[in-house]
Design a protein around this ligand. Sequence first.
Ligand SMILES: Cc1cc2nc3c(=O)[nH]c(=O)nc-3n(C[C@H](O)[C@H](O)[C@H](O)COP(=O)(O)O)c2cc1C
Length: 300
Amino acid sequence: MSELLNILGSKYPIIQGPIGKLNSPDMVAAVCEAGGFGMLALGFTTDLDEIKKMIADIRQLTDKPFGANLMIAMNPANEQILEILTEAGVKTVTTSAGSPKKIYPKIHELGMKGLHVALDFSFAVKAVDGGADGLVVSGCESGGLRTMNPESSNMVLIPLVCDHVEVPVVAAGGIADSRGYRASLALGAQGVQIGTRFLSSTESPATQAWKEAILNCPDGGTTLLPLGGMGVRAIINPRLAELMNDSSIDLSKEYSMMNMGEAWHSGNFDLFPAGGGQVSASITEIKSVKNIIDEMVRQR
Ligand SMILES: Cc1cc2nc3c(=O)[nH]c(=O)nc-3n(C[C@H](O)[C@H](O)[C@H](O)COP(=O)(O)O)c2cc1C
């Protein structure tokens, strides 16, 4: 068994990528029951009762291990959340957006393991120095929050990081099927984290409008939307395309991260474009989580 599977405790090294505040106990359980590692996205959730309720709901549906993502710099309740997770028997978390040094002492004190999300080589090495037990290495093709700095794709980044760290590496970004899964393992990763493909699954709580934005996204149909120092990978829609064509327009003034949640949850993508990775272009149908995972791990 790989070191990663030891840490996760799942059948397959396939992690459900956290998506903002989009949570569904049904979806977490579906990923676990299909052999993957289901995850709650707790990066922005401070309501501890809501978290306890979601954990209880998951436990009604599966006895398999699941985890949670914490955003280090974004959530003042992280320490309490870790305690709640430990009490519920959760053994593994992923951490993102902040310095691992702030949170890994607590993770280890509670007897848990953590995988830190790194978007580039230098942060990957720093995260291991900061105590991370493993890495989720996320190349520029990924969906979600990015930097506006030049970034590498996973084809470059995964082997580079694997050559320099001793901890297990999970590849995140651009993976939607067995080809991406096997390619990630060939590059040296021990597993994968799947965002956009699961976001557009049957069990995903995303709105139909969001799923359709992914299904209709052509090659090159996403862009990094600048948001004051950071970027979010977003699916280009008619309004965004029009704004991008006008070089006098500063996109970071047209869209606010404050509107992201409302837009994504209501389907009003003029307010803020739908989130999705570059791999949206190769997703053409909504499938169940089980079908996605079964196809990914099928021996050829
Ligand atoms: C719309 C969207 C929102 C995301 N939100 C988060 C988040 O809150 N925290 C996080 O660690 N990663 C977040 N991610 C990254 C995913 O968990 C995952 O690593 C990434 O989507 C992998 O790339 P893929 O979409 O090509 O599979 C988000 C991704 C997307 C598409």
